[in-house]
Design a protein around this ligand. Structure first.
Ligand code: PMP
Length: 360
């Protein structure tokens, strides 16, 4: 426990301490330039090299090759809700959306302003406890959009649907790089960095070159993927410090053994907390159905809801920070992103058992 706390915030969220220390150590002198990375031109060679390295590391971690590009954009994952349909949903076409929570609803809302959409499956009736397993795709959709991990409801896709040649696109904001995935199957992946990859301010877009080449003409330069792809993410001033930190996080992920190793650690962390819920005899109740439980956001309530406030304030006193559920659904939520140390999950499980003993 460093600084006496464990950070369970849903985002911005915990970063690897090692990475923060590295950034601190070279804050005044980036790569021997005698300047801070905060002061350096985005057109300077060392910064261009950094962007190239970050792109290469992301592709390596996801086992992607020449056929994919990585872009570093601004506007958060929320801007991607609009950019994706602006670039890929033409008149006369339909885009299919799978609804698994509030963020996929928001993505759909934006797409509806731009073109025709179809909901291929929705978990709304089941309070988004479960990832749908049957889908009704429209005929030849322009693309299919899904949200790989639902930050608010605490559900996560286990396997992605096989839709053949139809472009598969995903918002992976809250579980990017938490486990190996068949990234090659995706035409476009986007993720705000501020949960698993770095600080707020940069959004990672990973896209197939072939898909990018099929984009519709977009009259606004900043909203066209082509602008950013052609300029290697340096069309305008990028969020340079955020990209710098993302690069350090990708180096850290590689040192930790890559995504297979990270997944094992994430499974072990989540198990501590899910076991505490399942072993509580109903005192704690998980929101997600067991086949859809997230490795990254563990959502639960206390049977006697009046105890949730006390739980949270006592947890804070023990240094367990950020356990309040999202304001739209209430309850409790433990976010267990890559950088959360396993000891934090163990500490939370211990606290849950103690709390139950005193209040059960
Ligand atoms: N999608 C998901 C799955 C999220 O969790 C979030 C943020 N919590 C967003 C989109 C919105 O991201 P941003 O704040 O970067 O726009």
């Amino acid at each position: 426990m460093e600084n006496g706390i464990y950070n369970f915030y849903a985002g911005p969220a915990v970063l690897p301490k090692e990475v923060l220390a590295e950034a601190r150590d070279e804050l005044l002198n980036f790569g021997g330039t005698g300047m801070s990375v905060l002061e350096i031109s985005h057109r300077a060679k060392p910064f261009e090299a950094l962007v190239e390295e970050a792109e290469a590391n992301i592709k390596e971690l996801l086992s992607l090759g020449e056929e994919h590009r990585v872009l570093f954009l601004q506007g958060g994952a929320s801007l991607q809700f609009s950019m994706l349909p602006l670039n890929f949903l033409r008149e006369g076409e339909t885009a299919d959306y799978v609804l698994t929570g509030s963020w996929s609803e928001k993505a759909l809302q934006e797409a509806r302003k731009i073109g025709a959409t179809h909901v291929a499956a929705s978990g709304a009736d089941g309070k988004y406890r479960e990832i749908p397993s049957s889908f009704q795709w429209s005929d030849a959709p322009a693309y299919v959009h899904l949200t790989s991990n639902n930050t608010i409801f605490g559900t996560q896709w286990r396997e992605f649907p096989d839709i053949g040649a139809i472009p598969l696109c995903a918002d992976m904001s809250s579980d990017i790089m938490c486990r190996p995935i068949p990234a090659r199957r995706f035409s476009l992946i986007y993720a705000g960095a501020q949960k698993n990859l770095g600080p707020a301010g940069v959004t990672i877009v990973i896209a197939k070159k072939e898909f990018l080449a099929k984009a519709a003409p977009v009259p606004y330069a900043m909203l066209a993927y082509a602008t950013h792809a052609e300029a290697a993410s340096l069309y305008n001033t990028p969020p340079s410090f955020s990209i710098y930190l993302v690069n350090l996080v990708t180096r850290w992920l590689k040192r930790e053994g890559g995504l297979a190793a990270i997944e094992q650690r994430n499974i072990a962390k989540a198990k501590w907390i899910y076991d505490a819920i399942d072993g509580s005899g109903g005192f704690y109740r998980g929101h997600a159905a067991s086949n859809s439980r997230s490795l990254m956001n563990i959502t639960f309530t206390i049977q006697n809801a009046a105890l949730e406030k006390t739980f949270n304030s006592q947890a804070e006193k023990e240094g367990l920070i950020g356990l309040k559920g999202h304001r739209s659904v209430g309850g409790l939520r433990a976010s267990t992103y890559n950088a959360l140390p396993p000891a934090a999950a163990e500490a939370l499980a211990g606290f849950m058992a103690e709390f139950q003993k005193k209040n059960g």
